[in-house]
Ligand binder design. Structure first.
Ligand code: FAD
Length: 491
């Protein structure tokens, strides 16, 4: 018999609770440790996984498999069409390799949760134990509660309570896994009967060959790259985070979201590196601003935890439902042309269009611009936030359901602790304050590059004509007022 670790959104060896526990169990029982990953083409399509995100996943698996091979622990790739067939695929594999215990880290969206329950049920007669571990958030889900034992619905008190817990019981990383036996030839060939051994990049590429992929090579993949980027950011940029994080033209944020989204990095690792750096800065007498930069960055990690916690406590959030149920009565516009213009970056609002080009061309968008484009779609075009949420998922390399849903519901004022409906961003004012010299707009809308710093945010009729740039598809003032009215009418 062997012990099986099932990798999912935890594509790393360090600070991986289920992987460490599986290795410990294997060592204790003197059994070999085997690792697998399940490719789910149809499910991923149903979940709108972006082709660039899937390519990044492929490359992350190449890095993971190579690290595992070095430890003598091959990774095996199974394929199941969708989540409903995962239990059967795993059952066959478990039988073939005679696995006695299965380990994995929890996932919280509804379909993932149901899949895991079905797997546990199906394997029960075959296996001694199925063990799952809390991993996605820094502090375990369901651990941050009000005095009345209720989940928090507002970020600021949640954060206060979060920091109290983190300060009183410091967050530690999971130890490196114990040495366990490697699978022998017989076990490897039994596993390879039902799966692809991921021992070469070519083998992994062939397992991904039926998936629609877009080259992600501008974004480094793998655990080593993730730590390099995290540390480089903390060393060189985090002190300026507070000042630069809202400037899309600057390298002001870490861009590590893709690693957190597929678990190449854990939130705990980010938190530990950041708090250690802050401690060093404080003891070295650094300026208050520098310390504040890191604290603000930590706050963003806590936002991520907040959205994970919200989704766990409110499963309906992963079922296309608004947090504020009354907002389901809103009659969103039916404007296909407007939606397409937004998707393609042809709205005639330079900052919105430049942002959508950034998303379409790179698979990533700056946080300030995610808010600006989401507000524009839901308030000025008054289109259903779910359409924007889906489009982002289809394009983002870091698409992550809790954060994407949280960000969209925040912008659409349908979420808990969301932007109040009467606080509608004006994308032109946002452009003037966050891209003052138009450097970001110039990069993604080269047709506007010759305009001066003032007109680039809102070119006049003649300038638009000269540059071949469209008129704005909406009147910002009128659509803002109408959106506010429509929200107000909900009572
Ligand atoms: P940094 O500023 O360096 O922040 C560090 C980390 O903190 C990020 O990597 C991320 O994991 C987390 N974080 C930062 N801001 C937020 C936030 N507002 N909410 C939750 N977590 C945050 N983030 C995703 O990871 N995936 C998504 O699909 C996603 N969709 C979004 C959709 C909308 C409409 C909005 C407004 C925000 C969305 N975000 C999403 C949050 C945020 O925009 C990105 O996490 C951030 O831009 C990633 O860049 P970074 O790694 O440089 O972030």
């Amino acid at each position: 018999g062997c012990v099986l670790h099932w990798f999912r959104n935890d594509l790393r060896l360090a600070d991986n609770p289920a992987f460490t526990a599986a290795a410990t169990k294997a060592a204790d029982d003197e059994r070999p440790l085997l690792c697998c990953f399940v490719i789910c083409p149809n499910q991923w399509q149903q979940h709108d996984a972006a082709p660039i995100k899937l390519d990044f996943l492929r490359r992350s698996l190449i890095e993971l498999a190579s690290a595992l091979e070095k430890l003598g622990k091959p990774l095996f790739l199974l394929t199941a069409d969708d989540f409903t067939t995962v239990p059967k695929v795993l059952e066959d594999f478990v039988e073939a390799v005679d696995a006695r215990a299965l380990y994995f880290n929890e996932e919280y969206a509804v379909n993932e949760h149901r899949r895991d329950q079905a797997v546990a049920k199906r394997l029960k007669p075959l296996i001694e134990c199925v063990h799952s571990y809390r991993d996605q958030s820094i502090l375990p889900v369901k651990s941050i509660r009000t005095n009345a034992g209720e989940p928090y619905k507002v970020f600021t008190p949640y954060k206060r309570s979060w920091l109290e817990v983190a300060d009183t019981s410091p967050i530690s990383l999971w130890p490196k896994p114990s040495k366990s036996r490697n699978p022998d030839k017989k076990l490897i060939s039994a596993a390879a009967e039902l799966s692809v051994r991921a021992d070469t990049a070519k083998a992994i590429d062939s397992a991904f060959s039926k998936l629609d992929l877009i080259d992600s090579s501008d974004w480094a993949a793998g655990e080593d790259a993730a730590h390099d980027e995290l540390e480089a950011f903390i060393e060189s940029y985090a002190e300026d985070y507070d000042r630069l994080r809202d400037r899309p033209a600057e390298d002001g944020t870490s861009r590590i979201s893709r690693f957190l989204a597929n678990g190449t990095l854990s939130g705990r690792q980010c938190y530990v590196v950041a708090t250690e750096a802050r401690r060093r800065l404080k003891s070295g007498g650094a300026s208050e601003d520098a310390v504040k930069g890191i604290s603000t960055w930590i706050s963003e990690l806590i936002w991520r935890d907040f959205y994970i916690h919200l989704m766990t406590d409110n499963p309906r959030l992963s079922m296309h439902q608004p947090f504020k149920t009354e907002t389901d009565k809103l009659k969103w516009n039916d404007d296909e042309a407007g939606f397409e213009a937004w998707c393609e970056g042809r709205t005639g609002i330079p900052l919105v269009d430049a942002a959508m080009k950034q998303l379409n061309q790179t698979g990533w968008m700056h946080n300030r611009l995610r808010m600006v484009t989401a507000m524009f779609l839901t308030k000025n075009l008054f289109l259903d936030w779910r359409r924007g949420e889906q489009y982002f998922m289809q394009k983002l390399i870091d698409g992550y359901l809790p954060s994407n849903n949280g960000g969209w519901q925040w912008s659409a004022s349908t979420g808990t602790d969301a932007a109040p409906y009467f606080r509608v961003f004006n994308p032109v004012s946002q452009s003037r304050s966050h891209d003052p010299d138009g450097a970001f707009i110039r990069k993604y809308l080269p047709e506007l590059a010759s305009l001066d710093n003032k007109s680039i945010h809102e070119p006049d009729k003649n300038q638009r004509k000269d540059c071949g740039y469209p008129e704005a598809i909406v009147d910002l003032k009128a659509t803002r007022a109408s959106a506010i009215e429509r929200f107000k009418a909900l009572g």
